[in-house]
Write a protein that binds this ligand. Structure first.
Ligand code: SF4
Length: 400
């Protein structure tokens, strides 16, 4: 059975388990990344920004790094997009800006090319893959007479807005493969540059894909497409599989996870389990967490539809209206004073939300002055010792 071409975003899942995609599932729009409204909005803003600054981008990112400039235009584009997608404007602007800042430090890909071409959201379909490249740069080589000889350099950048950093090498190889087809060949520079820009993490995963590696990837994908295995291979990727809800192999894996955890709800004994064994359970535990989230959604919907449900042990599950109490600081201020609270005590119970404050300050200034107004106020607050910073430890997965 032959399927394909395969959607680039599904290549990693497909190579991990052929059973995940069958027939038309392989080329349907991406289900796994479930493009969030924020992710879509970030892509929309960056596409408009990049095409507006096409020549400046080529010059800045290819040869002369000038990090200033993009803020104002992001501010021009983002409000309409934020409104259209129903997302928070400050977060959207911040994610776009962080992406551009990360990109501004990528200078290498186009060095040596005399003329370059830039495309945003480039749709490319080949015999193997279909892809939509967030950002494609092709640097053209020329002979002594100035005639174009073919691609000298190719760079592919991919914006990632996910909260969990999951490297997807197969997707980037698929992009590289598609980009070479679009450029009419492999770049004479000797590699295709790819960069995954994880804007929430301020991380860029960079690769230089040589012709040999790309050929090996294409060969592997072609073999998998021509002769998909009928073996199920459950793993961390199951959480992103369209068959996940019904797959017995996944359920068996989750059951073994529960067993490995000592049977739910018991946890492994922290004193006796080896740290390496604990870390090895991480992927499975995350998958289990996603499954539990689905379970809670289904359960809530059932209670919504049928009313309280008996658990069978004399208890029942029901949805109860909860009240969240908030105190309006402006209205309460005078009364807190009258109640005898000191500055320190009021300070302990009231807090200024930095994100909201930033938004309020920027809203008071015209375009082009917003950033400087906020920086100035932040500097004043810091000088007045009003800024409190604390560090905390957060578990992160680092990919080599
Ligand atoms: S749920 Fe996992 S094992 Fe089952 S088909 Fe999907 S990827 Fe394969």
């Amino acid at each position: 059975m032959t399927i394909g071409p395969i959607h680039a975003s599904k290549v990693d899942l497909f190579l991990a388990c052929n059973q995940s995609l069958r027939g038309d599932l392989a080329t349907e729009p991406d289900f796994a990344e479930a493009a969030t409204a924020m992710g879509t909005a970030v892509h929309a803003v960056l596409e408009q920004w990049i095409m507006h600054h096409k020549h400046a981008v080529l010059e800045q990112w290819g040869m002369h790094h000038k990090p200033s400039g993009p803020t104002r235009m992001i501010g021009d584009i983002a409000p309409r997009v934020a409104e259209g997608h129903g997302v928070d404007l400050a977060e959207l602007e911040s994610l776009c800006q962080r992406t551009l800042n990360a990109c501004a430090h990528i200078r290498e890909p186009l060095w040596g090319a005399r003329h370059a071409e830039l495309r945003a959201e480039a749709r490319i379909k080949t015999k193997l893959v279909s892809a939509r490249l967030d950002h494609l740069r092709i640097g053209w080589g020329h002979d002594r007479d100035g005639n174009r000889t073919g691609p000298f350099s190719i760079a592919v950048l991919d914006w990632k807005t996910g909260r969990e950093l999951r490297a997807k090498p197969g997707q980037l190889y698929a992009y590289a493969s598609a980009a070479c087809v679009a450029a009419g060949g492999f770049p004479s520079q000797g590699w295709v540059y790819t960069g995954e820009i994880w804007c929430r993490h301020d991380q860029v995963i960079q690769r230089k894909i040589t012709a040999e590696r790309l050929a090996a990837f294409e060969d592997k994908l072609k073999r998998a497409l021509d002769r998909p295995s009928d073996t199920y291979k459950p793993g961390a990727h199951c959480g992103f599989c369209p068959r996940a809800d019904t797959c017995e192999a996944r359920v068996a894996r989750l059951k073994s996870t529960a067993d490995a955890l000592g049977g739910l709800p018991a946890l492994p004994d922290a004193k006796t389990i080896a740290p390496a064994d604990l870390a090895r359970l991480y992927d499975k535990a995350q998958d289990l967490g996603r499954l539990l989230d689905q379970y809670y959604k289904i359960l809530n919907a059932a209670i919504e539809q049928h009313g309280p449900i008996d658990v069978g042990d004399g208890s029942r599950l029901e949805l109860r209206e909860m009240t969240k109490t908030e105190i309006d600081a402006k209205a309460a201020w005078r009364h807190l004073r009258q109640a005898g609270l000191s500055d320190e005590e009021i300070n302990d119970v009231l807090s200024v939300a930095k994100g909201k404050l930033e938004r309020a300050v920027k809203a008071k200034h015209p375009r082009g002055k917003k950033e400087s107004a906020w920086s100035e106020l932040f500097g004043v607050l810091r000088a007045a010792d009003a800024i409190r910073e604390s560090s905390y430890r957060k578990r992160e997965r680092i990919h080599a």
